[in-house]
Design a protein around this ligand. Structure first.
Ligand code: IPE
Ligand code: IPE
Ligand code: MG
Length: 260
């Protein structure tokens, strides 16, 4: 249940009504690679940072859109990768940090109004202290909520996440607390940022690239992947609904045979 527990599907705090995907087939976990901010800005003769600013509005719309779909338990948004942080100009990164602070401040009322719990994944200890404080305060404030989880990936690398989990498991093995044969996929998954979270069902990538860019590699093992050429700043509820409708048509087999 997404919106404020007792909600009966009426509009909550804006214009978009609740959306019911066909046949009640709903992804429990939606994840989005929010790509195309820079190209969106470039096409308008704007600075890249303007694209990121516009992207924050799309993040707002999609968060509300997902919170209004009964059955979506988690939305994970890829906001900043480990490689972005290291490979982009310092000016873009510091602009992004400031925008993230603005986004969190602006988004907190939406989060609270929609009974959303906020979480972050990634190596957040490397973010500027002022941003860490803002993030931690928002996560704490929203922890009383019971609806959809909004998880923002910041300074995130999936390969590093998996390597970290392997190190943790190796440490336990070295201490004699774990035998090699007890190192199963379930055990490793316990040491990922996403421990206890259902795998991604629907992965959306905007901006047209057909790649996963070090995002949730473990967790998307059987995800349905929806790629759209729409740049992230233009992505809105109707695009989300299109992705959800497409998802409802997929036959997920998880390696088994289709029903005969
Ligand atoms: C995605 O948009 C947002 C971040 C990576 C922070 P981009 O900045 O990658 O936009 P494009 O791909 O250059 O258009
Ligand atoms: C992925 O987009 C990262 C985020 C959306 C935060 P990128 O723009 O960094 O991915 P690549 O470089 O095109 O693979
Ligand atoms: Mg990009």
């Amino acid at each position: 249940m997404s919106v404020a527990g007792e909600n009966d599907g009426e509009t909550v705090s804006g214009a978009e009504p609740a959306f019911k995907p066909p046949h009640g087939v709903v992804p429990r976990h939606v994840a989005a690679i929010m790509d195309g901010n820079g190209r969106w800005a470039q096409a308008r003769g704007l600075a890249r940072i303007e694209g990121h600013d516009a992207g924050a509005k799309a993040a707002h719309a999609i968060t509300e859109g997902c919170a209004r779909v009964e059955g979506i338990e988690r939305l994970t948004l890829y906001a900043l990768s480990y490689d972005n942080l290291r490979k982009r100009p310092r000016s873009e990164i510091s602009g992004l940090f400031k925008l993230l602070r603005k986004y969190i401040r602006k988004e907190l009322p939406t989060v609270m109004d929609n009974n959303i719990r906020l979480a972050v994944i990634g190596e957040t200890g490397e973010l500027p202290k002022y941003l860490q404080r803002e993030v931690n305060a928002a996560v704490k404030k929203s922890s009383v909520n019971s609806g959809m989880m909004l998880c923002v990936a910041l300074n995130y690398s999936s390969r590093r996440e998996i390597a970290h989990a392997a190190r943790e498991v190796a440490r336990l093995a070295a201490k004699g607390e774990l035998r090699p044969r007890q190192i199963t996929q379930e055990k490793l998954a316990e040491h990922l940022f996403t421990a206890g979270v259902p795998d991604v069902d629907l992965l959306i990538r905007t901006g047209g690239e057909r790649r996963v860019s070090d995002f949730l590699l473990w967790q998307i093992a059987y995800a349905e992947i929806f790629v759209t050429d729409v740049f992230w700043p233009d992505f809105r509820a109707p695009h989300l609904h299109e992705a959800l409708k497409w998802y409802a048509t997929r036959q997920r087999r998880f390696g088994a045979l289709e029903d005969i």
